[in-house]
Design a protein around this ligand. Structure first.
Ligand SMILES: *[C@@H]1O[C@H](CO)[C@@H](O)[C@H](O)[C@H]1NC(C)=O
Ligand SMILES: *[C@@H]1O[C@H](CO)[C@@H](O)[C@H](O)[C@H]1NC(C)=O
Ligand SMILES: *[C@@H]1O[C@H](CO)[C@@H](O)[C@H](O)[C@H]1NC(C)=O
Ligand SMILES: *[C@@H]1O[C@H](CO)[C@@H](O)[C@H](O)[C@H]1NC(C)=O
Ligand SMILES: *[C@@H]1O[C@H](CO)[C@@H](O)[C@H](O)[C@H]1NC(C)=O
Ligand SMILES: *[C@@H]1O[C@H](CO)[C@@H](O)[C@H](O)[C@H]1NC(C)=O
Ligand SMILES: *[C@@H]1O[C@H](CO)[C@@H](O)[C@H](O)[C@H]1NC(C)=O
Length: 692
């Protein structure tokens, strides 16, 4: 190949590439010009430095230029004039916002920097990191996957821990047994499993299919040429399936650990002709005499989920010990007003299960549960932390569906949005009766944010209010106020309600005097609100990605785990909410603000909560919203779903291979040096990502 060989076609692409790069870059930087202009007036906002740790100033985060839009800054520190920032010589007094949210955001930013700084930039590094993390060679086909991922401009080529965690215990199960389970799982349709069959690098059939398996097929077709023969069982239900008792799981994880090895020379290809895949030549399953293994499915709808789920928890966890709610709270909530400090634990049933077992539809009265205590392979879109289902990116995130797809054309700029929190949905979550509906998570949310209802029921909630005993104090400090009456605030700032009832026994007439149905609001019209709250339905919520992509700020309460969890950081990309919602008004009053400064409160008897004042923290909210949006556009794209699925099915292909201990990629990664340097004609990773 000649050194410089530019034919017309290439010149065309080169020029087109430069132009699109220019447009993209230019387009991005003019995205919020006012903000950019204002960046010159940058004053370090109090509270962005950790109040507890005295560190040297952090390198300016390039993101932070977006923080300063022309909105007037909150009145909390009127002594700093933005037009005349104090010079360094005058040694201005540092003001700190000692609200726990400021600290939680700071800690999340620190975790984020650690995450972001450790990413591999070459195939060599990726391979090395793989081996040091997992103690094994990467699976066969890893090179192809790596190219595929780079061409799709993957942001973090290392972050696939979810896949490894999901598959790890299967190293303790005989590969041929995994294949046998998978092959026959769709045979009895009442167990709610679809199976996709790949033979000779093609999807040849799907048994018991649904729209879900059809979408999954579309994704797989992007890279099916690299996959070995396999049967892929997929959950057709909303609810997760596999609950392995903790003691059994410990044993399996130990086995996995003990079998780790990196033999010097292994075959970079899958084994051919594996037995015990489904014999597709047999048309009638009755004629198929091959061995079956019992999947152990049992039906358990409408019962307490913790009764079967607690088995999967460690003995010392709240779910299996006699820990009180207050003790369990200390494990994941901050101490002043109970904000979620550890989002993982806030959705960990071993920690919060006993507390919320009567407060969530899945836990109290799931409409369908078909579970197993055996480790059987089943791919699912979501699970709770006690489950061993193999997560894959939800089909809703891949399909194009107006109800779940973000469409920027109707989104407003932050400052044009209302100071409201919005939610719409149906009464799903579990089977509802006249006696149990108050245990459901959606119903509780709708009541708690209904001004009329909270007034009538004299509901009082916890918030933090600014301490004002010393007006000259250099820091803003807060104290707990636990008798906050939220009705006026809810009337002004919440737009939360059901659009219709659904899923009641015998019918939903018991809602007649409880809820009124609100008008449906399309996904994009919801973005007129600054704050969006996302809660579970029967299972995870498919709107979450669109919420993150929007210019609004997402609040999230959930018990479910999804494929992307390790990529999303609470307090960096979204606001975590406790599944009890006992922190909701503390969150809202912090961002939206409450009361007026410098009022003589004694005379304010016509207003509720005259004791409470908290300045608005609009910039903090905007910062979170922007970070969530930018991040979602980098790591939750359809391309990211393809990359995740490809990697997942390579790992699955190895775990079901009888030769799994002797196959994989054992090289040092140097084969792709040229590719990484952009010297190959299809190199230059990133280019694929621009062409959209
Ligand atoms: C204000 O907060 C900072 C950081 O926590 C602390 O170092 C300082 O002592 C506080 N100032 C006062 C007057 O409490
Ligand atoms: C796996 O199961 C197959 C079929 O039951 C058996 O022939 C084989 O020996 C088993 N392998 C191991 C490692 O247990
Ligand atoms: C399965 O066994 C039945 C009864 O022995 C036999 O009639 C049938 O041909 C077998 N099926 C296959 C595919 O061999
Ligand atoms: C929990 O309390 C019950 C009854 O009080 C007792 O029988 C049981 O041993 C306790 N379990 C643990 C783990 O402390
Ligand atoms: C986004 O919404 C606009 C206006 O509603 C519509 O014209 C456009 O086709 C939508 N874009 C996509 C990609 O769906
Ligand atoms: C709010 O609560 C009142 C009183 O309980 C009820 O009549 C009304 O229908 C509720 N509104 C909504 C939107 O559910
Ligand atoms: C939360 O769980 C994810 C995996 O889903 C893990 O990567 C992350 O480190 C955990 N975060 C914390 C704070 O424990």
């Amino acid at each position: 190949m000649g050194p410089i060989e530019l034919n017309k076609r290439r010149i065309f692409f080169l020029v087109a590439g430069i132009i699109s790069f220019y447009i993209l870059f230019h387009g991005l930087s003019s995205f919020d010009r006012d903000s950019l202009k204002d960046a010159t007036a940058h004053i370090p906002l109090p509270g962005y430095l950790s109040p507890t740790e005295h560190k040297p100033p952090i390198e300016a985060d390039p993101d932070d230029i977006w923080d300063f839009s022309p909105e007037p800054s909150p009145a909390a520190h009127p002594d700093i004039d933005p037009a005349n920032p104090p010079t360094t010589e005058s040694k201005p007094v540092q003001h700190f916002d000692l609200h726990p949210i400021a600290r939680l955001m700071q800690e999340a930013d620190d975790r984020w920097r650690t995450y972001e700084s450790a990413i591999s930039t070459s195939f060599r590094q990726t391979v090395e990191k793989y081996r040091s993390r997992y103690g094994r060679h990467p699976p066969p086909g890893f090179k192809d996957w790596y190219r595929f991922a780079r061409k799709r401009n993957v942001f973090n080529v290392d972050d696939f821990d979810q896949i490894m965690d999901d598959l790890r215990p299967f190293w303790a199960v005989n590969a041929s047994d995994i294949r046998t389970h998978a092959a026959h799982m769709a045979e009895d349709p009442k167990f709610g499993v679809a199976v996709i069959h790949i033979r000779d690098h093609k999807i040849v059939r799907a048994d018991n299919p649904s729209w879900r398996s059809e979408t999954m097929e579309q994704v797989i077709n992007k890279f099916v040429e690299f996959l070995p023969d396999m049967d892929i069982p997929m959950n057709r239900l909303d609810q997760p399936r596999v609950i392995v008792p903790w003691e059994d799981m410990q044993e399996m994880l130990q086995k996995e650990y003990d079998t780790r090895a990196m033999p010097p020379e292994v075959a970079d290809s899958f084994s051919e002709g594996q037995p015990n895949l489904l014999d597709l030549s047999i048309k009638d399953k009755e004629q198929d005499n091959s061995t079956r293994l019992d999947d152990g499915w049992f039906f358990r709808p409408g019962k307490q989920y913790m009764d079967i789920a607690a088995k999967a928890c460690p003995p010392e966890s709240p779910a299996r010990s006699n820990m009180t709610v207050a003790e369990a709270d200390q494990l994941y909530k901050e101490s002043t007003v109970g904000l979620v400090a550890n989002f993982n634990l806030s959705s960990d049933l071993c920690t919060v299960g006993p507390t919320i077992q009567n407060l969530h539809g899945l836990l109290y009265s799931a409409s369908s549960i078909i579970a197993s205590h055996k480790l059987v392979p089943i791919f699912g879109e979501c699970k709770v932390n006690v489950n061993s289902d193999i997560l894959f990116p939800a089909n809703m995130y891949y399909r194009h569906d107006d109800r779940y797809d973000y469409n920027a054309s109707d989104d407003l700029d932050w400052r044009d949005k209302d100071d409201t929190i919005i939610w719409r949905g149906v009464t799903s979550g579990g089977v509802q009766t006249g006696d149990n509906w108050q245990t459901m998570h959606r119903q509780r949310l709708v009541q708690l944010t209904n001004g009329t209802y909270v007034a009538k029921s004299a509901t009082e909630v916890k918030v933090l209010t600014e301490k004002r005993d010393d007006p000259a104090a250099e820091n803003t400090t807060y104290e707990l106020y636990d008798r906050f009456q939220p009705s006026q605030f809810a009337d002004q700032h919440s737009d939360i309600g059901f659009v219709e009832s659904w899923g009641c026994v015998p019918d939903c007439s018991f809602y007649n005097n409880v809820f009124s149905w609100k008008p449906q609001v399309s996904l994009t019209s919801q973005f007129k609100s600054k704050y969006l709250i996302d809660v579970d339905g029967h299972s995870f919520s498919g709107r979450w990605r669109a919420f993150l992509q929007s210019k609004s700020l997402g609040f999230k309460a959930t018990i479910f785990r999804e494929w992307h969890d390790s990529r999303l950081l609470a307090w960096r990309h979204f606001v975590p909410v406790d599944n009890r919602y006992d922190d909701l008004y503390a969150l809202l009053t912090y961002f939206i603000g409450y009361g007026e400064a410098n009022k003589d409160h004694a005379v304010e008897d016509q207003e509720l909560n005259p004791q409470v004042y908290i300045a608005p923290h609009v910039k903090e909210a905007q910062k979170l919203a922007r970070q969530g949006r930018e991040w979602a556009n980098k790591v939750l794209r359809r391309e990211d779903i393809e990359v995740y699925m490809f990697r997942l099915l390579l790992e699955y292909g190895r775990i079901i291979d009888d030769g799994r201990d002797y196959i994989g990629y054992s090289g040092d990664g140097s084969e792709l040096d040229k590719f990484d340097a952009g010297d190959e004609k299809d190199g230059l990773w990133g280019i694929g990502g621009w062409k959209r």
